[in-house]
Design a protein around this ligand. Structure first.
Ligand code: FUB
Length: 302
């Protein structure tokens, strides 16, 4: 019954061209693949054309079985899912463990100044998600002499073949920590990765035995990546995958394999009326080079 109910609510989008979703401003894609379906979670830019900042209260989900036709699955999780939070549903990422789906997301903390990271959990990728901890997994470190309000953002979750899960996040400094098998607590200390020009949007994926750590660097941002022999490096800088956007300073990527092909999702501001806080998610197919490096990927022309 639940599956029928979800199907009845879902609305086909049927848009193959970039930007992918013409009805909403969307940003910060996170892609998850299971059983021939791509689940694409995106932030929802609700700012007005003249807004001086992000207005983001919910994450939206779109699914596709062919990368051409997309179905709008609504909003399976919102900032309000976390009672301890007060909005700013920024970038997020998802993984499956022991039959449950764990959604790691940026929000603002209601009582600790600055951004925080929460974990929501669901029995199905379509949700509904509930707060998995009842408290933040990561909060701004107020013991610092000068706490940084914006550095605990953009969680990216990765599970290695041995079952160990890792969470990566950060702005300016890339942080990571091992997750316990329960997926809602860290197992050991928070570590940092020393790297030049890291801005945000770290994303870990594995392809043909190589670990790829992609991220936004500089500002306006371009997408760059490093490779390594393990989820914790050592990392070797490999270059820029995608150039900065013309009309928005952020770009935020997610990289997946699907049905034997490889894809990079990102955002720009190419929807009519788009701008810094009114972004639009797009996708490009690409092929890895024979040595495992990722080629430079141009964005679809307007
Ligand atoms: O969407 C808000 C912020 O903009 C994200 O957290 C960053 O990655 C950038 O895309």
């Amino acid at each position: 019954m639940a599956a029928l109910g979800m199907a009845a609510l879902a609305a086909p989008v049927a848009e193959a061209a970039n930007p992918l979703f013409p009805k909403l401003f969307t940003a910060d894609p996170s892609a998850y693949v299971e059983n021939g379906t791509v689940y694409l979670y995106v932030g929802h830019d609700e700012a007005t054309p003249k807004s001086p900042d992000y207005v983001m209260n919910e994450w939206r989900l779109y699914t596709s079985c062919d990368m051409k036709n997309w179905t709008d699955r609504g909003s399976p999780v919102q900032a309000a899912t976390f009672k301890w939070a007060k909005g700013h549903a920024w970038a997020a990422d998802i993984t499956k463990r022991d039959g449950k789906y764990y959604f790691y997301s940026t929000v603002d903390h209601a009582t600790i100044p600055g951004h925080a990271i929460g974990v929501a959990v669901a029995d199905r990728p379509e949700g509904p998600f509930v707060d998995a901890r009842g408290s933040a997994l990561v909060t701004n470190d107020m013991t610092l002499q000068a706490p940084i309000a914006w550095d605990d953002i953009d969680p990216a979750v990765f599970q290695d073949d041995d079952g160990q899960a890792y969470l990566y996040w950060g702005n300016t400094v890339l942080k990571y920590a091992k997750l316990k098998p329960n997926m809602i607590e860290f197992d050991g200390p928070i570590q940092t990765v020393g790297m030049d020009m890291f801005t945000e949007a770290s994303y870990l994926h594995k392809h043909n035995g190589i670990y790829y750590l992609s991220y936004s660097r500089n500002f306006p941002e371009e997408t760059a990546y490093m490779t390594g022999p393990s989820p914790t490096g050592p990392w070797h800088y490999r270059g820029v995958i995608m150039s900065k956007n013309a009309r928005v300073k952020t770009i935020h990527q997610a990289i997946v394999d699907f049905n034997g092909k490889s894809y990079i999702f990102y955002h720009n501001a190419k929807l009519p009326g788009g701008g810094e806080f009114r972004r639009s998610v797009a996708v490009e197919e690409f092929k890895y080079n024979a040595d495992g490096t990722i080629p430079f990927i141009p964005q679809t022309k307007e």
